[in-house]
Design a binder for this molecule. Structure first.
Ligand code: SF4
Length: 155
């Protein structure tokens, strides 16, 4: 059977972002094709961690995650990350497509923890945990690389 990939729910159009919106990919056809083949596993780690939608924006501050109002939501982010890893292990998933720059899902850059709209090199809590377990994380900025990794053509 073809391998499955884990996908951020907001990239598929689910309104799960902190602001109650989604950030769907422009071209969803190839993902929908994979979905029809039962090859997509969807998660929003922040919701899975027990946070409501909408919710206060949060940013990583080293190993913690703090909201704009100063609430420590590290535990919720950790729970969401663990649930994402559990899903990957359950479905033997080795590749994930996660939303760029998110404090959960960002795979290369995240906001700097000061809420001043500044990106720094770093990973979100879920992306970091998956990477530590040898799951390759791509973002929506790396679709071509992802395509090559899962060996399908974009339609
Ligand atoms: S936690 Fe991930 S899936 Fe959920 S809204 Fe944020 S970026 Fe999207």
């Amino acid at each position: 059977m073809s391998e499955k990939i884990l996908v951020s729910a907001c990239l598929l159009g689910y309104p799960v972002r902190y602001d109650g919106k989604s950030t769907p990919l422009k071209n969803l056809a190839w993902l929908q094709q994979l979905q029809q083949q039962n090859r997509i596993v969807i998660i929003c780690p922040e919701q899975e961690g027990g946070l409501p939608t909408p919710r206060d924006p949060a940013e990583r501050q080293q190993d913690k995650v703090i909201t704009i109002t100063g609430q420590d939501v590290t535990q919720e982010f950790d729970i969401g990350a663990q649930k994402a890893l559990d899903l990957c292990q359950q479905h033997d998933i080795k590749i994930a497509l996660l939303k760029a720059n998110s404090p959960s899902c960002g795979n290369q850059k995240i906001y700097n923890g000061q809420f001043n709209n500044t990106l720094i090199v770093g990973q979100g809590m879920t992306a970091e945990l998956l990477s530590k377990h040898s799951i390759k994380v791509y973002s929506e900025l790396e679709i071509e690389q992802l395509m090559q990794a899962i060996k399908i053509n974009r339609t």
